[in-house]
Design a protein around this ligand. Structure first.
Ligand code: FAD
Length: 446
């Protein structure tokens, strides 16, 4: 492909916007058209918890996230902090001593893969806290092998904690501002945004895409970044992409009692747990057919404070029942989600139990994780010449988007690609041995 193809980007979510930014701004491609029937960044990309981390269990994911965070840090400087990137870290917590040992083993592996130095506490090197704002925090991770040492730093945690790991090249940002900043730069560099839906792609030689409004856009390359509709857009060119979608919800509530310190990191309770319903509540749930909430629920219940010092908002998430579903919009919300999440979180932070008699007014939204069997993204060519996918970014699309956009743009324009590129091409799923090897993998997903 020449150096200046006419490119259509399908979808103005964070992956499409990042791809358009890399094509138009960093690669100087003059003819880039982003097509989306919705306002930019409004289907999934404004529903996230907006967090990032470089701490992943496989080499390609560590490399992709390190590159993405490098780019995010560059853009933080270039945009004069337009999207308020923080570096508070992710704190994974357990009440089970054997899980502290598992954390150490997993952490040693991530560290070897390039995620940064591992420091153990109590130990010789003192623990250095993260700043409330800004990026001046150590990289790597701090493993607390003793619950008391962990609670000396994070006093709001349950006295039952046995240990935890504070991952440090991690935090959050304002995803909408980040995406808007990239979109504005792309439009300034000549990209076009068209409010319409791509309904067909000329699959034989990629000459044009057809829009629902009746127009066609001539092109030499198409980047498919349609989020949860990736399977559908793949079928436009006769490609069956290995993706499924799962509903993921998010609770926001006002912590008016000030239980969660405003400078807390993202905190994740890794242990499975049972909610301590009363007998009456158990009977009621059984009658409602909600046996799913009565047994052991998975680990991964998590929260983070949202907003600065003046804010009381907290975001809480717990995916206790994610199953593959066909995406429909808006997502279906479980009416018991707020209560289940608050109960789950009060295992990690007992003072949150003060809210269980009178739940704070809950705000729940959510979207779909679009994921592959290895929970790694699909970025690269497939199907007809010039067709490139950029998606299946599951629960990490905000953090990965900068590197995914850069990689998708690299596939379109040609030339050398980073070493991790091969791990993300859709063709990896044609390899039966690779697919068979995925039976018991640790995907690192929360
Ligand atoms: C509850 C929740 C919490 C999350 N937390 C995090 C987090 O903390 N950190 C993180 O990194 N990620 C997180 N994620 C994941 C992240 O939000 C997604 O991975 C990411 O937003 C996906 O971006 P996308 O661009 O692929 O898709 P989307 O944002 O869904 O954008 C796709 C766009 O394509 C358009 N489109 C679809 N079909 C067509 C068509 N035929 N023609 C034209 N346009 C089309 C759609 O209208 C849409 O605008 C979370 C997700 C959820 C649901």
């Amino acid at each position: 492909m020449g150096t200046s193809p006419r490119v259509v980007v399908v979808g103005a979510g964070i992956c499409g916007v990042a791809t358009a930014y890399h094509l138009a701004v960093r690669r100087g491609v003059p003819d880039v058209t982003i097509v989306d029937p919705r306002p930019p960044l409004t289907l999934t990309s404004d529903k996230s918890t907006e967090c990032y981390r470089n701490w992943w269990p496989t080499a390609p994911m560590v490399a992709l996230m390190n590159r993405s965070i490098d780019l995010l840090e560059e853009m933080t400087v270039a945009s004069r902090d337009a999207f308020h990137m923080t570096r508070r870290g992710y704190l994974y917590v357990t009440a089970e001593p054997r899980r502290v040992d598992e954390m150490r083993t997993a952490a040693e592996r991530s560290s070897r893969l390039g995620a940064g130095e591992l420091r153990v506490h109590p130990g010789l090197v003192p623990y250095r806290p993260s700043p409330e704002a800004g990026l001046d925090a150590p990289a790597g991770a701090d493993l607390f092998v003793d619950g008391d040492a962990l609670r000396e730093v994070f006093g709001f945690l349950s006295p039952k904690v046995a240990g935890g790991i504070h991952v440090r090249r991690a935090g959050w940002l304002a995803a909408q501002q980040y995406g808007t900043w990239m979109l504005e730069r792309a439009l300034e560099a000549g990209a076009r945004l068209v409010r319409d839906e791509v309904v067909a792609i000329d699959g034989d030689r990629l000459r044009s895409v057809d829009l629902a409004g009746g127009d066609a856009v001539a092109c030499d390359a198409v980047v498919a970044a349609p989020g949860p509709l990736l399977g559908q857009v793949g079928r436009f060119v006769g490609v069956d992409l290995p993706v499924h979608t799962e509903t993921h919800l998010k609770l926001a509530f006002r912590d008016h009692l000030g239980v969660i310190p405003r400078d807390a990191p993202m905190c994740i309770w890794v242990d499975p747990q049972r909610i301590a319903w009363s007998d009456v509540e158990r009977a009621g749930l059984a009658e409602m057919g909600r046996d799913d909430l009565l047994g052991e629920l998975p680990g991964g219940c998590h929260f983070r404070p949202e907003g600065g010092r003046g804010s009381t908002w907290v975001l809480g998430l717990w995916e206790y029942g994610a199953q593959p579903v066909e995406p429909t919009f808006p997502v279906t919300v479980d009416p018991l989600y707020p209560e289940a999440v608050l109960r789950g979180l009060s295992t990690m932070v007992p003072d949150l139990g003060a809210y269980l008699d009178h739940l704070p007014e809950p705000f729940v939204d959510g979207g779909y994780y679009t994921a592959t069997p290895d929970n790694m993204p699909l970025v690269g060519p497939t199907g007809p010449d010039g067709f490139v996918v950029a998606g299946a970014v599951s629960g990490y699309g905000i953090m990965a988007s900068a590197a995914v956009g850069e990689l998708a743009a690299g596939h379109v324009v040609g030339g050398s690609l980073p070493p991790y590129a091969e791990a993300f091409v859709p063709g990896r799923f044609d390899d039966e041995a690779y697919v068979a090897s995925l039976a018991d993998i640790d995907t690192g997903q929360i």
